[in-house]
Ligand binder design. Sequence first.
Ligand code: CUO
Length: 676
Amino acid sequence: TLLTGRKNIVFNIPDDMLIERYRPIKFGIQQMKTMRTDRAGPETTKVNVKSIDPPDLSEVEKIKRNESFCLFNPTHRERAYKLIRILMSMPDVESFFSVCVYARDRLNTQLYIYAISVAILRRKDTKSVIVPSNVRVFPQFYLNNEVFAKIREELAVIPEEDRRPILVQLRPTANDLDIEHRIAYWREDIGLNLHHWHWHLVYPNGYDQQDIELVKNDRRGELFYYMHQQMVARYNFERLSNQLARVRHRNNFLEPIMEGYYPKIRDLCTNRDYPSRQPFSYWKDVHREIASDGTVVEVNHLHRWRDVIMNDIMDKRLLNETGEYVSLDSEKGIDYLGNVVESSIFSINPQRYGDLHNAGHELTGYIHDPEYKYLEDVGAMGNNATAARDPFFYQWHAYIDDIFVAHKESLAPYTKEELEFSDITVQGITVKVDEGRDNKFITYFQQSEIEISPGLDYYPVGPVYVRFIHLQHAPFTYHIQVNNNGTRRNGTVRIFMAPRKDERNEEFIFKQQRRLFIELDRFVVTLQKGLNPIKRRSEESSVTIPFDQLFSPDMKGNENDDFCKCGWPDYLLIPKGHTQGLPADLFVMVSDAEKDFVPDKDSPPAFGKKCKSAPEYCGLRDKKYPDKRAMGYPFDRLPDINSKVPKLEEFVAPYKNMFVQKVDIKFDPKICYIRN
Ligand code: CUO
């Protein structure tokens, strides 16, 4: 009766319908059965829901409750989208909620949460509903399983008033015998993985043409390229900070994967450990027809798709399903290509171009049991919440990026007109670090606490805090001096940074360095005639979102009118650097905002919203991407420089609206602040 408060109709209850067996608890003067969300504690409320005709979930139920859900898998995707379509078709919020309640204990938990989250983000009438931070729903995908043993112990024997935060080790998955382990603090960072999960949540790839309305967002294919390109660039910056060579590109599908990965993640929904990958594992053809995921991917498929895509890039066009050519031009080409390579439902010819990127995740995710001999489910690479923990994620995405680069390099270099901004001179940029020296970023480790009890719904608990360690930087302000010799105009300030030296400690040539630039900020300013001093705080970066926005359960009284949980964690804005100071190039450019402007009558300002948006990597909800230039501009194309080994300085020299400042990033191992 809980399900249908208004009419007392009892749905057909499956045998393992847990809510039928919840323990009754006393709440005020009433006695009632608790709903699942109430297992976590005494704050039980009875919720009446609207009576509806039960939807047909028989297809969706085929993914069992005790198996892992893998979005890269087409069968799983198909079933998740069946539920999403049902949820989207509900005529009002009450009916939508009734379906959620009806489906909750019938379906695979991960599938369920994914589907209702997508629907909440896409329905017009659920804009005020906050999709919680995924770490509060599935803490098990972000924290090592040892943490949960400690939590159980704490909950079992310590009274609530005496409980302490559970400390999370910084790098719990290996030791320094594994060279990749040096950078595990970054790969396994909770906020980084949350960003990745939420990115794929706000840019779902859909299952078939019925999902077009659901999936469409301005330049989604291009953003798939750019956001992942930036993750790889940031990874490389972090590697060079730790005396590791830049990441290998997975351009040979037959080579062994030298890096092992032992995730130590246990899925609390299924009580199943995520399988590990031994070093030197090979991709093998996956034939899991007998498993419920039914995955079939052969390495040869990837060879074929790669060859067709690369040939078509060389011919500067793609072929759509009706046999027409679509030009891979400088404006729309990258967007088509992003959807083709990923692939999403916007791929213009899935038959021809296949499912290259998703299939790479699957081949790796099932590498330990490609034929389902051992009844094992998918590994870390098969889940968007865990994939970026695995070193191989970056190798795969570095290769995927090579495909996009092949297209970008086939375009003409930017012309002088496309790069200059007449009468505008950037005279300088200084980074003033709070309590530090100019142009020297300071990084350190910090401890912060988050509360995760909603995700521990099998234990009767009060609040549960875990304290984890993450990279942080001292806050800073950019001081930029821009001279305007013309009339009053608007300019777009674009700030990037890249490491200056390669693995040999030699300065990068521009051709290599341009792929390593990470975007730090992008914003519009009004330029008066004469000298314009511009100040901009690090916290304002339009790439990042603040800690509380990323982790908090909600932002009280706010409307969820942007992708509030999608955004690079602000504490990871600056790479670690090293104790002697890592030399880097800070690049600033002011471009003509008239030319960058995107007309969108609804387009909101980037800031001052109910939550801070991070449009550079995440775009805006239901709005156009707020910059007309190609993502990655001006570094996305080869430069028009004659010198054989051009340096950044030669790229910048002809343009007064660009400036490079040499900076250092110094890691201070002595500092470790605690943030409550
Ligand atoms: Cu985000 Cu491969 O696309 O993980």
